[in-house]
Design a binder for this molecule. Structure first.
Ligand code: MUC
Ligand code: MG
Length: 367
């Protein structure tokens, strides 16, 4: 089989509820749908979320790198040879989600060719993931209401609270209100998206532990090398690496230099091939991981489910899979469902994210 074309289709779907966090905000999903075509008639699909505040990519840059650099390099290669594709794409620096998305599209083709769900090809560990819901910046009362709704409507009991505001008491007050309202019935952890400095984070660690925070993600900029290591060494709760570990090498660096204790894995940026290597790295080092969310659509979330359910290590903790609930619409032909706090894998060949063509025609912005 040979790759014959790579399409990069821009589309925009508004959010019904914007998400705000320390490094940015999302009001609409201005993503890029990737389609890898083959001479066998199989088409691999994947969703690509531009996150300029995390990786420097935009909708325009993703389309540009795919159409001008990646597509010409990929045409003629066999989609089964994803290591070859990875090596070729690796000659271009950065462009994390463009590369990750192409890898997922290749796996989608492989699954269809093998008539197998990709989640089974990757590992086939379980058929479900427990869902964690991300809570953006809001005042405490609104957060309590959102958690109550997520529990009542979807059975979700794990929550990631976005923090990183100043004064820090704004966020810690919100965390306290959630703990006081729901007690031990909810799991809570925090993500500061580099909003704080090491010194001010140092002041909230004891309170975070007292409030039963499972861990604190990306408190400060990991480039503040000494400050991050000072924090990780003294923290009573684990420090997690998300944007400081956007690839395998960075994940290894952050763990071995003690910049973090556990790792977020996001298929949107490391696809399935590199994500599975991060799982191997973590397993070998005895480090925990969790499946994070790149503020994904249902198409992106279906890929995360397929990956996360494939391995023991990635399915132990609740996975961040619910951001799509805040979107006004989506491109999935068969919507994802969260009930009793879990999402199930799909027993269909490929990744399991078939596209509703009429919705794509409606939301695409290039025609
Ligand atoms: C997260 O976990 O940080 C916000 C920015 C980004 O790159 O991902 C989201 C969620
Ligand atoms: Mg994060």
């Amino acid at each position: 089989m040979k790759i014959t074309a790579v399409e990069a289709i821009p589309y925009t779907i508004p959010y019904s509820q914007p998400l705000r966090f320390a490094s940015g905000q999302v009001r609409e999903a201005d993503h890029v749908l990737i389609r890898v075509h083959t001479d066998a008639g199989l088409i691999g699909t994947s969703d690509t979320p531009p996150r300029p505040y995390t990786y420097g990519e935009t909708q325009g840059s993703i389309i540009s790198v795919i159409t001008t650099i990646f597509a010409p390099q990929m045409i003629g290669l066999d989609p089964f040879d994803r290591e070859k594709v990875r090596q070729v794409l690796g000659r271009t620096f950065h462009n994390a989600t463009a590369k990750g998305s192409i890898d997922i599209a290749l796996w989608d083709i492989i699954g269809q060719a093998q008539q197998m769900p990709v989640t089974r090809l990757l590992g086939g560990y379980t058929d479900r993931l427990r869902v964690s819901h991300m809570l953006g910046f809001k005042e405490a009362g609104a957060l309590v209401e959102e958690v109550a709704q997520m529990r009542a409507n979807y059975g979700i009991s794990s929550f990631k609270l976005k923090v990183g505001r100043r004064p820090t008491s704004l966020d810690m007050g919100a965390a306290r209100a959630l703990r006081e309202s729901f007690g031990e019935e909810i799991e809570l952890y925090m993500d500061a998206n580099r909003g704080w400095h090491a010194e001010e984070t140092g002041h909230v660690l004891a309170e975070a532990a007292e409030l039963g925070m499972q861990f604190l993600e990306e408190p400060n900029h990991a480039a503040e090398h000494v400050g991050r290591r000072w924090l990780t060494a003294r923290s009573p709760i684990p420090i997690a690496a998300d944007e400081s570990a956007p690839d395998l090498a960075a994940a290894a660096r952050e763990i071995v230099t003690q910049g973090a204790d556990l790792l977020a894995i996001k298929t949107a940026r490391t696809g399935f091939t590199e994500s599975s290597r991060i799982v191997g790295l973590a397993e070998g080092l005895g480090v925990e991981v969790y499946v994070g969310n790149q503020i994904d659509t249902q198409v992106g979330s279906a890929a995360s489910v397929a990956f996360g359910a494939a391995f023991d290590l990635t399915s132990r903790r609740a996975a961040e899979l619910s951001n799509f609930l805040n979107m006004a619409d989506d491109l999935m032909a068969e919507p994802l469902h969260i009930s009793d706090g879990v999402i199930y894998t799909r027993d269909t060949p490929g990744v399991g994210h078939q596209i509703d063509e009429s919705k794509l025609a409606h939301y695409r912005t290039d025609s």
